[in-house]
Design a binder for this molecule. Sequence first.
Ligand code: PNS
Length: 164
Amino acid sequence: MLRAVYPGSFDPVTFGHLDIIRRSSKTVDELVVGVLNNNAKIPLFSVEERVKMLHEVTKEFQNVKVMPFEGLLVEFAKSLNAQMVIRGLRAITDFEYELQMAQTNHKLAPDVETVFLTTSLKYSYLSSTTVKEVAAFGGDISQFVPEYVADKIQEKMEKKECKS
Ligand code: PNS
């Protein structure tokens, strides 16, 4: 049984992430989307909210699970008996960080292989950060994230406006 982990912050999940989930889930028996609960960053969405959104937008994929994780990615992968970590590469700017992360993870856990999928061209510009920025200024994010996620972002932005 080939199990892979696709880790990330997913704050929020975009069509680019979903493209990687759809394509990588076809190549493995089970894909676990690992949602990092990182106390060092203040995300827009809590880890519970990010997991819920991912559950909702991946429900059509039979072999995809969504789980939160804390700490080292390789420990999470090992706890699941996952042999592979999947990461998406959008552009050369991603490469240096991804290479460093993959090589560090390889040192920590040589049996866990990192496999890169190049993001589909139509999503190569897309990131969670730019989606949040566009939404914060009232722009249309419907081409970047599923409708369910766009609605959740909208709700967050409205709550933020009420507070300020
Ligand atoms: O979506 P992101 O923010 O690019 O994902 C980054 C992520 C979650 C894959 C990375 O930060 C991670 O694996 N964090 C867990 C801590 C860890 O294992 N670090 C060692 C690798 S250098």
